[in-house]
Design a protein around this ligand. Sequence first.
Ligand code: PMP
Length: 448
Amino acid sequence: ERMVEIRQQNCNPMTMKVTYYKKPVFIHQGHMQWLWDVDGRRYLDLFAGVATVSVGHCHPKVTEATQRQLKRLCHTTNIYVHPPLHEYVEKLASYFPDPLKVIYLTNSGSEANDLAMLMARLHTGNFDIITFRGSYHGGTQQTMGLTSNSPYKYPVATTSGCTHAMSPDVFRGPWGGSHCRDSPVQTIRECSCAQGHCTANDLYIGQLRETFATSVPSRIAGLFAEPIQGMGGAVQYPRDYLKEAYQLVRERGGLCIADEVQTGFGRTGSHFWGFQGHDVIPDMVTMAKGIGNGFPMGAVVTTPAIAASFGKAVHFNTFGGSPLACAVSSSVLDTIQEDGTQQNSLKVGTYLMKQLADLRDQYEIIGDVRGKGLQIGVEMVKDKASRDPLPPEAMSEIFEHIKDMGVLIGKGGVYGQTFRIQPPMCITEEDVDFFLAVFNKAVQSYTD
Ligand code: PMP
């Protein structure tokens, strides 16, 4: 009865807002890349609960490890230590170069970024933090200041000391959208490389230097950057852009923080961490989502010198690093290795990107296809010449049609104009073929 009521209200009982879809999708079961609703309809899940289910829904290995730990011990707080904690931090640390070897465990990405923000300020003695336009770094009061992506901003200032520097988005321009058509770098739209981004490099790096010279304080605590912007719509940086940003930040005494909440754990295919694709080594790495395959978990990885800035203060977190969370996350790491998850992400992601690029050449409303591995964005436009974002109603129509044909994808971008594909990384080329047929049909019916 309660369900019927919720269905009629057409809202999420937790947020009391109308759900992502016109009618709520009542999911009650999952297996690997598949989800089933309460009426028994099966969906190919290409969004993984916002890029979170990394190895597959209810993956048998992770489920088994969870059940084993659940029967033994769930919770202690960090007053005590326990074997799953030791085992896990050792395993996770092995994925980082020296001196990134100190690990703090949290329960979410926002908590991890909040903690990294505190550490950056403590360590440098500076206050100001830089992020890029279009970024998303969390929904707590502090991390909301880091977040620039406008749909997630509230009409009051929640934190001070955060500057949003130019967007790295070469498709929409350095101010991330509304000003792009008047932007002096409009000509970069004519770029000609495979990803369509190369000719932007010099211009963008010049603009970045100028932004730092004119709009960034001379002493800063740190820079937070996603190696590929997730909620921003799989926005990639021009080549060497992040490397240059790290240098500009370090010249101002700041620390560089890679937010790997979406890009970590092999999602980008070619590397385990997104930052490795930029030839940089961060001072801190934050992560969540894919770390636990859906179980609440997050982490900050940093150096002993930065960790020492806590001084005598004890960082306490009741649930952070619980035996259960550690056992689950440990089995996720093992599964990524055993199943070749990262390799699959590269293989299937490359296959998907190629076919999507063909569709982009075919349809006037597919403006850009970008991403790496299984972190993919398809930016929809009114037409290729104006690059004006496809309006929300049109996006919804296509989105809804795709769902009705049995595929779940995501949306992102400053105007909600980008479809996002970030599935459980166990999907196959056969799944991709199914999705492409569905996507093609949805775009075609809209344009007809
Ligand atoms: N950073 C990034 C890049 C994210 O995408 C998100 C969540 N979408 C967060 C941080 C915040 O993570 P959480 O929702 O787990 O607090």
